[in-house]
Design a protein around this ligand. Structure first.
Ligand SMILES: Cc1cc2nc3c(=O)[nH]c(=O)nc-3n(C[C@H](O)[C@H](O)[C@H](O)COP(=O)(O)OP(=O)(O)OC[C@H]3O[C@@H](n4cnc5c(N)ncnc54)[C@H](O)[C@@H]3O)c2cc1C
Ligand code: SF4
Length: 393
């Protein structure tokens, strides 16, 4: 391993304006970390990874737009410096750790001119949603010395658990939980709109990190006969399966299902070039033997005897712009049809606030426009907790 690390770190040009750093929304100081590893200062290097998801990022960050593919050497000869391997090594063997000196002194008082002030008072923080955004902000707030309660309706990192094991082994998820769970009090509870209002009254700051909490419908008659993608990702389907959608979720569903099902087909309403999934995942999906049918939009789903009949209309699309649905239709027959057309942030959770959101409520991650793990972490790291002091002293 050490030899591999030496090889990787020797390859780096230690650029003055590193393109790898520009590609990382988390802002990892990649050349600096590589330099520390080159000097065998592993612990110091690991401490530069300022969040607990290093290994996770090294596996799930989009390969076509990450530090390695943006490296100046990748632009030259196609092989960028393999920082994800270094990141995984540091995170696995040296771990995201917290030292006593990292923690601030709190609730001490200073008296000046007869006036006593509390320095850095401990604040009460509520985090709603235990995904990458929620866990990162909870850890950050704990490190800033505050008391954090995290509310989660399923299990911690439930969205990451949907990523198939061959892309993100479950041990990576348990490791993140193991190393961070002492940073917050965990409450396994669904937060309703009214409870959210109460939290903003009872806590100094509330971070809403509920992700894309609602699945899009197919919007066709017979919709209820379709299997939702989260079910297809957790219970392997068999027989003949059609997956409707063209994003990562659809591709993950199809590749995973192919391990057991006799035949798996993806039906997507645009061309293959317009599929929003990562190119690498599409490649593996095709290699697994999944058939990809493009420019087909679902029209209706019916049960005929024991089978599902999915009618699709042919479409014409360009460059993710206009989509024209034609009158030409085909019908595909299957045992299961999976609805994997994505999910969105359902704002019902904000409905009890009326027109104005309270100033101590901050949205982070997928529910704030993100769509990747690294964006959720970056938003949480960038959010400015110094505001808390200004809000409620
Ligand atoms: C199948 C699949 C594959 C993916 N592949 C990749 C990939 O390869 N690379 C990548 O970067 N990203 C990928 N993503 C996207 C990635 O998982 C998300 O971008 C990321 O998890 C967003 O983090 P978050 O913290 O904002 O939200 P989430 O991780 O979605 O976490 C939100 C949490 O809030 C909880 N919650 C929701 N509502 C409430 C409520 N009312 N009360 C209490 N808790 C609530 C949920 O249960 C959930 O645990 C994938 C997603 C899926 C589904
Ligand atoms: S762009 Fe590549 S060569 Fe330049 S600092 Fe980053 S990893 Fe090193």
């Amino acid at each position: 391993m050490i030899e591999l690390l030496q090889e990787i770190t020797s390859k780096c040009l230690y650029c003055a304006k590193p393109k790898c750093v520009a590609a990382c929304p988390i802002g990892n100081n990649i050349p600096h970390i590589l330099q520390l590893v080159k000097n065998k200062q592993f612990f110091a290097a690991a401490r530069e990874l300022v969040h607990p998801f290093g290994s996770v990022c090294s596996l799930v960050c989009p390969q076509h737009a990450n530090c390695q593919s943006s490296c100046v050497l990748a632009l030259k000869d196609g092989a960028g410096v393999d920082f994800p391997v270094v990141e995984r090594y540091l995170d696995t063997y040296w771990k995201f750790t917290i030292r006593r000196e990292d923690l601030p002194d709190q609730n001490q008082t200073v008296t000046q001119n007869g006036q006593t002030t509390v320095i850095n008072p401990i604040k009460k923080i509520a985090v709603v949603g235990g995904g990458p955004a929620g866990i990162t902000i909870a850890t950050k707030m704990h490190l800033a010395g505050h008391k954090v309660v995290l509310f989660e309706r399923n299990s911690l990192l439930s969205t990451l658990r949907l990523i198939p094991d061959y892309r993100l082994p479950p041990s990576y998820i348990s490791e993140v939980i193991k190393r961070t769970e002492f940073c917050f009090e965990y409450v396994n509870r669904n937060v309703t709109p009214q409870l959210l209002v109460d939290l903003t009254k009872r806590y100094d700051m509330v971070y809403l990190c509920v992700g894309k909490n609602k699945m899009y419908n197919l919007g066709i008659p017979g919709e209820e006969l379709a299997t939702p993608y989260d079910q297809a990702l957790t219970e392997l389907l068999d027989g003949e399966v059609i997956v409707v959608g063209g994003g990562n979720t659809a591709v993950d569903c199809a590749t995973l299902t192919k391990a057991r099902a006799q035949k798996v087909t993806i039906a997507y309403r645009r061309s293959v070039q317009e599929m929003p999934c990562f190119p690498r995942e599409l490649y593996y999906c095709q290699r697994a033997g999944v058939e990809i049918l493009n420019n087909l939009a679902p029209v209706k789903l019916e049960k005929v005897d024991d089978k599902l009949h999915l009618t699709l209309a042919k479409t014409v699309s360009e460059n993710r712009g206009k989509l024209t649905v034609t009158d030409e239709q085909i019908t595909l027959v299957a045992d299961h049809v999976v609805s994997a057309v994505g999910s969105y942030f359902d704002k019902t959770i904000l409905s009890a606030f009326g027109d104005t959101l309270p100033t101590n409520l901050v949205l982070l991650g997928d529910c704030n426009g993100g769509s990747l793990v690294r964006e959720a972490i970056a938003q949480a790291l960038a959010s400015d907790h110094t505001r808390i002091g200004a809000l409620r002293n």
